[in-house]
Every structure is written in structure tokens, then in C-alpha cells.
Design a protein around this ligand. Structure first.
Ligand code: 26Q
Length: 749
């Protein structure tokens, strides 16, 4: 196959063609020769249902997975074309953050491990918005990713299904995208909604605004659309192969629900079995239980979906009936088993006038998993404590991972080559061998080469930032990076305050030995998330003020990159020195950016939260910079006695940093953003106490940690710390995660 693909590409003429034309021709030359590996009818397959798939750029990745990236690069060079021009082709951002990128890493790993795991998602016409800054404010532009063509998607007209809503039918047309492994090509199947203008709206936008009833209903339609299409397809295939006896359904299908968004798949499955095939309700629920498993990705209450019954009755009356019956069955069962009233209230599917999607999933699924050890523990101890006491055998942990193919081999070729030279190439097939790099932690030559590679990657990152932003990063500076969704719990605002404190210390001459440092931010704010937008503006104001101050601007720089996405992340993780992972302990379920930085040899400056805990367990706490309150302390503070204003009163530097939100140092053009942020920290709001993410508790320790890093950076000891992180990262390969899912949850042999 490789030879044929290369021959196809060899015969392409490059002269006079635009980048987009060439991109399409080369991609098509690959697609002509690829054959999808079909699910085998007599073996079990697993399906990963997700409202997001954040695949990133496919072009280089696919050539890499086929083992022909170098050859294609050489062929193009002969023809006078540079393979890097395809970086102009924007990647489809059919996701927003960690949850979507995790889905992409998992299907990549499964293909590599020769496992039949198939993604099922939505082919949004517009992905996550493109971000611009205007006067430091975020602006959102539509992400028209199909304007470059979609050579990797194969429309499957004949496999289209119909999805029924009370007010009309919608066609779900599958598009298959190849996920290439060594021995198989799995299909990521994305459904496009068609049939009418109203139908098309369903697959128009990822996360449409849901501040109106219409918006909420559209989101509900999306969730049902994905669920019904995926379930309809599975049941159809099962019936054709095995007939109408569903007792063996779960011998052939495992379905993983990526958070609550596709949980309606459970109800749809029960609906079809009971209404379409006369399976008794209890039996249908039992089969669903054996088939479905649910992953929780967040404990934040605002992200736990509850759908008003009234919406459900209006557009999905049959699903409403199923959920009502499921709730009644749950109630009978709990009564029979003597479940206490408070426990029942916590676990009940019907809650007030709404259905709790998480409770439905936890009740039916045979496995419920968190995404890092501490997160799973929190699920057991608090969010789902009653369910854990009721059915402890359901709960398992699977710590997240990332694909080392995209996040090391592809984005950091030089480090990968160094690893090859030290331990041979076996790690490329079996990532667990990467740990053998630790044997070289005291080899001065290897460490020196490792540092030079970091320097070159940092320089490449600087080139990229210059091209994208028109900003020259400070030469030879330490790069501290915080790139992730913008959210209060992730505490980008705390980093902003830390930078302000450092800025002031520099101005006062208190840091004579301070080494040049760049604070690199990348994040998108949800369009309607008022505070997150205020934080972006605040950081951009700080950036500008420091850049304009000749007394410090050779030492300190703040850059908020625009339109942060997968392809930007690939440059940043390779070039950064310090990974900022500073969420309030207990709130970041896992984090996966933290793993990408680690694998590329950045130290973590962070709290004991999410996967940070397992990162320092693998790499050594002494090789990272851990600070701040741990979960127990945060719990205690939450119960009472936390007084951020008292902390501000005691700490003048912190007070001055926080006051800049209110004292006119920075302007927000009358939007009220800054005042509202200030109030949220000092007096709270109707729905929360002051500083409920505990910034004042952790900020002084954060500043200390950043300054400690600044002192140590550039020394051989610091280089060794970075090296130890990369050398200890094998555990965070999504190959390991996917194997765990296959064994503990899917029962894939
Ligand atoms: C919920 C209700 C209404 C509208 C939107 C949502 C919604 C949308 C997206 C809720 C959550 C998300 C995305 C969550 C997410 O990305 N979570 C991250 O998942 C990663 C993979 O497990 C973890 O590493 C991160 O810690 C977690 O934040």
C-alpha cells in the first residue's frame, strides 16, 4: 500500500497549484489506497460516543502513521515544494478542550494497539470558534474548516439513518474519517444532520449558545441526534448478524459514554428494544447495563447536565417515557433494598422537574470511571458517594493519557531521535520502554544534548509566535506556559496576579538575579462566560503594560497567543520549560496538557490536583514544583473560616496585585469586567462566597515557586529535572489508558 501511495504522490504535478489544491490531491492520493478495517461480525467492538473529537491536523499525522512522512517530504522537496506549507491548512476543531482531545488520543491509541474501537460524533459544520483579540478583548469568528475541503472524510450515503423528533425527522449521514494504526484503519464516524433547514441546524455548531430556551433545545437535539444515530446503527448491524435475540448484544458491543452528553443513548437503546423488538423493560435495561459504561470528566455542578422534563416531553416524548419508567424502576428497587431517603435523593434520575443525566448513567452502566486517581476517589467520596456505597463494584479509575505519536514523535522529532540513540527504537512500538531513559539521567552528554534540543524547540516556538502574533519572544528566556480552556477553577487569574507581583518586585530592584522569563497563555473563553472574558482582557492589559515598560521589558514578558488549538499546542509543549497546572485542588479531574508538557521535558509548577499527583509520583516530587493547599485543606476552608480579605490585608504585595482590578491601573472600557472579578474575590456573589477558588490561599506560595524555578533554570540540575520528567512519562501514554479500558471495562480480548 505504501508503495502505491508514494507512486500516486510521485505522479502529482506541483507547479502552479495552490497549497489547498496540493493538500487535497495528496490527501486523496492516500485515501484512494486506504481500506477501513471493518468490525468483525463475530467479535466484540467498542464504541466511543463523544460530543467532541478534537483531532487536530490530520495531514502530517496520517502520513506519519503510515510511515511515509519522510518519503513524502522528500518527494515534495524534489518537486520544489516544502511539506511545511500544509501548516496553512487549518485543523478541524470539533472540540473545545480536554474531553475532546482525550477522545482523539484514545482512538489513535486503539488503532495503534489493533483494537476495534470506533469513535462516534457529530460532523459540525463549524467547529469551535476562531479567536481574535481586538483591543485585548476576545472576538469570535466562525471556524469554517471545510473551506479547505475535507479529503479525509468519506460520506456513507447508503448508511444514512433517520432520527425522529416529535416535530420532524432528521437524516443522520455518516462521514468516516480514517484513524490509522500499524495493522488496521479504524473509522471515526461523524454524523451530519440533513433533511431540512431545521435539521441542518443540529450539526451546524459545536456548543451552540444555550442562554435561550431555543438554544437549550438545540443542544438537547444534538445529544439525542448523536445518541440515536450511533445506537440505531449498532442495533441494525446486530439484528442483521444475530437476529432479534438481544441477550448476546453485549458480547459484541461495548459503548463508552464520554461524559453525560451522549447518555441519552441508554434511553434510546431501551426504547428500541422495548418498542421495536418487544423486549421486556427490565431485560432491556439489564442488557443496556452490560453494554454501556460512563466516564465522568468533571465534578463542577454547572457542568452536570439535567434536562428539564418539559423539554424532553416536547421534542422526545418516547425518550421521556423511557426515562420516567427508568426512574420508577430505580425507585422501586431502592425501596426494596432499603436505600435511605437522602441516598435515594442523591441518586434519583428524576430530580425536581428534570432528569439527571449523570444519575441515569451511574444507575444503568456497569462501570463508572473517573479520569485520575484523585478524581475517582472524589467520585466515590462525594459526587457519587451514595451510588458508590450502593454498587461499589461499578467504580473504577482509568487515569487519562495522551498519544505519544502526536505529542512526542510528531511534535518533537529531535527529542524522539535522542531517545532512539539512547535506548533504540523499540519504544516507538512499546512505549513502556521509554522509562529506560532514566538510566541516562546522569550522563552529562545526554543531558547536554537534551538541553540543546529544548533550546532549539524553544527557538522554533519563538519563530512560530513571531509568525502568528507578530511578537518576538524575549531571547533565551524561560518559557512558563499556561494553555488550556479558560475557566476560573483553572486559575489563569492567579497566574496573572503572580506575574504582577513579580513585575513589581523587578521594578523595585528586589530581584537582581531574575532571569528573562516569558509567561505564555493560550485559552479560549466560552462566548457567554463573562468572567473568563474579563480574565483574558486583564491578562492582555498586563501584557501591554509590561511590554511598554522599558525598565523591565527585557526581563519579563507576557504573551497571550491568539486562537490556541491543537496545532499551536504541538509547538508550545515542545518548547516550554515550565508547565503551569495550578487549579484549585480537587477541581481539575485530570488534565492532559500537564502530561504533554511532561513528556516533552517541562517541569510542572502546580497544585496537588488531577493527574499532577500521579505525574510527580512518576517523575519525583523533587523534580517538580508543587505548592498550595491540598484537597483536605480546601475542603476544610470550604466548610468555613476562609477569609480572603484577611489574607489580602496581611500581604501588601498580593493586595497591590489584586487591587489593580479595581484601582484604575487597567481599563476594561466600561465593560465592568474587572470590577466584577474584583468583587468575586473580595465579597463573592449571590451564588458563591468570596474567592471560592482560593486564589489568596495559594498565591504567595505560587510566587515563591515561580521564583524558585527562575533561580534554578539554566543550571544542569534544572535540566536534569526536565529530563527526568520526559524519561518518566511512559505511564501517561494513552496506549496504557486504552488497554486499561479494554481490560477493566470493555472486555476486549
Ligand atoms: C455541560 C453542560 C452544558 C453545556 C456544556 C457542558 C460541558 C461541555 C464541555 C461540560 C463539560 C465540557 C468539557 C469538559 C472537559 O473538557 N473536561 C476535561 O476533561 C479532560 C479529559 O478527561 C480532563 O483531563 C480535564 O481535567 C477536564 O476538565
Amino acid at each position: 500500500m505504501k508503495e502505491r501511495i508514494l507512486k500516486n504522490i510521485q505522479s502529482i504535478r506541483t507547479d502552479g497549484k495552490s497549497t489547498v489544491e496540493l493538500y487535497n490531491e495528496i490527501s486523496e492520493a492516500v485515501m484512494r489506497e486506504l481500506t477501513f478495517t471493518p468490525p468483525s461480525p463475530d467479535k466484540k467492538s467498542a464504541y466511543y460516543l463523544s460530543i467532541e473529537f478534537l483531532i487536530g491536523r490530520m495531514f502530517y499525522n496520517n502520513l506519519f502513521e503510515l510511515g511515509i512522512l519522510g518519503d513524502v517530504s522528500a518527494i515534495l522537496a524534489e518537486k520544489g515544494a516544502d511539506i511545511s506549507v500544509f501548516e496553512e491548512i487549518e485543523d478541524a476543531a470539533l472540540g473545545n478542550g480536554g474531553l475532546g482531545r482525550l477522545a482523539a488520543c484514545f482512538i489513535d491509541s486503539a488503532a495503534g494497539l489493533d483494537l476495534p474501537l470506533y469513535g462516534r460524533g457529530i460532523r459540525y459544520k463549524y467547529g469551535l470558534f476562531r479567536q481574535k483579540f481586538s483591543n485585548g478583548f476576545q472576538e469570535e469568528l466562525p471556524d469554517d474548516w471545510q473551506s479547505f475541503g475535507d479529503p479525509w472524510g468519506v460520506r456513507r450515503e447508503k448508511e444514512a439513518l433517520t432520527v425522529h423528533f416529535a416535530d420532524g425527522d432528521v437524516r443522520a449521514v455518516p462521514y468516516d474519517v480514517p484513524i490509522i494504526g500499524k495493522d488496521r484503519v479504524n473509522a471515526l464516524r461523524l454524523y451530519q444532520a440533513e433533511g431540512s433547514a431545521q435539521a441542518e441546524k443540529i450539526s451546524e455548531y459545536l456548543y451552540p449558545a444555550d442562554d435561550t430556551e431555543e438554544g437549550k433545545l438545540l443542544r438537547l437535539r444534538q445529544e439525542y441526534f448523536l445518541s440515536a444515530a450511533a445506537v440505531g446503527e449498532m442495533i441494525g448491524r446486530y439484528v442483521r448478524a444475530h437476529g432479534r435475540d438481544f441477550s448476546r448484544f453485549s458480547d459484541f458491543h461495548a459503548v463508552q459514554l464520554n461524559d453525560t452528553h451522549p447518555v441519552l443513548a441508554i434511553a434510546e437503546f431501551v426504547r428500541i428494544l422495548t418498542c421495536g423488538y418487544c423486549v421486556p423493560f427490565a431485560k432491556a435495561v439489564r442488557i443496556a447495563g452490560k453494554t454501556f459504561a460512563y466516564t465522568n470528566h468533571t465534578i463542577l455542578p454547572e457542568a452536570l447536565e439535567c434536562w428539564p422534563k418539559e423539554y424532553m416531553r416536547r421534542i422526545l416524548p418516547d425518550i421521556y417515557d423511557v426515562l420516567q419508567k427508568l426512574d420508577a424502576k430505580q425507585h422501586r428497587e431502592f425501596r426494596k433494598n432499603g436505600v435511605s431517603a437522602p441516598d435515594e435523593a442523591a441518586m434519583r434520575i428524576a430530580k425536581g422537574g428534570a432528569f439527571s443525566m449523570a444519575n441515569a448513567a451511574v444507575y444503568v452502566a456497569h462501570r463508572v470511571n473517573g479520569v485520575a486517581r484523585i478524581h475517582t476517589q472524589i467520585l466515590k467520596d462525594s459526587l457519587f458517594d451514595a451510588a458508590y456505597r450502593y454498587a461499589p463494584e461499578k467504580f473504577v479509575n482509568v487515569t487519562n493519557g495522551i498519544t505519544q505519536r502526536r505529542w512526542l514523535m510528531l511534535c518533537n522529532e529531535e527529542l524522539s531521535a535522542l531517545i532512539d540513540r539512547c535506548i533504540g527504537k523499540g519504544w516507538r512500538e512499546d512505549v513502556s520502554q521509554l522509562g529506560r531513559m532514566k538510566d541516562f539521567a546522569d550522563d552529562a552528554n545526554v543531558l547536554a544534548e537534551f538541553s540543546r534540543i529544548k533550546d532549539r524547540n524553544r527557538a522554533r516556538l519563538a519563530q512560530y509566535v513571531l509568525k502568528k502574533e507578530g511578537i518576538a519572544l524575549l531571547p533565551d528566556a524561560i518559557v512558563y506556559a499556561q494553555v488550556k480552556r479558560l475557566h476560573e477553577y483553572k486559575r489563569q487569574l492567579m497566574t496573572a496576579f503572580a506575574v504582577l507581583e513579580i513585575y513589581e518586585k523587578l521594578k523595585r530592584g528586589e530581584l537582581p538575579a531574575f532571569k528573562p522569563s516569558v509567561f505564555l497563555f493560550g485559552a479560549k473563553s466560552a462566548p457567554a462566560y463573562f468572567r473568563a472574558k474579563g480574565i483574558i482582557k486583564f491578562i492582555n492589559e498586563i501584557s501591554e503594560k509590561i511590554a511598554a515598560d522599558d525598565a523591565v521589558n527585557k526581563k519579563l514578558q507576557v504573551v497571550f497567543v491568539t486562537d490556541y488549538k491543537v496545532s499551536y499546542a504541538e509547538k508550545i509543549v515542545a518548547g516550554a520549560d515550565v508547565s503551569l497546572q495550578v487549579s484549585t485542588a480537587g477541581l481539575e479531574a485530570s488534565g492532559t496538557g500537564n502530561m504533554k508538557f511532561m513528556m516533552n521535558g517541562a517541569v510542572t509548577c502546580g497544585t496537588m490536583d488531577g493527574a499532577n499527583i500521579e505525574i510527580v509520583e512518576q517523575a519525583g516530587r523533587e523534580n517538580n514544583y508543587i505548592f498550595g493547599a491540598e484537597v483536605e485543606e480546601i475542603d476544610r476552608l470550604r466548610r468555613g473560616g476562609y477569609d480572603p480579605c484577611a489574607l489580602l490585608a496581611e500581604d501588601a504585595a498580593m493586595r497591590r496585585a489584586v487591587m489593580t482590578l479595581a484601582d484604575g491601573t487597567f481599563g476594561d472600557v466600561g465593560t465592568g469586567y474587572f470590577r466584577e472579578l474584583y468583587d468575586s474575590l473580595t465579597v463573592g456573589a449571590s451564588w458563591h462566597k468570596a474567592d471560592h477558588y482560593f486564589i489568596m490561599r495559594d498565591l504567595p506560595e505560587y510566587v515563591d515557586a515561580l521564583l524558585r524555578i527562575n533561580k534554578e533554570a539554566g543550571t544542569p540540575e534544572f535540566g536534569r529535572k526536565q529530563f527526568m520528567n520526559a524519561a518518566s512519562s511512559a505511564y501517561f501514554s494513552s496506549d496504557r489508558s486504552v488497554r486499561e479500558y479494554a481490560e477493566k471495562i470493555w472486555g476486549l480480548g
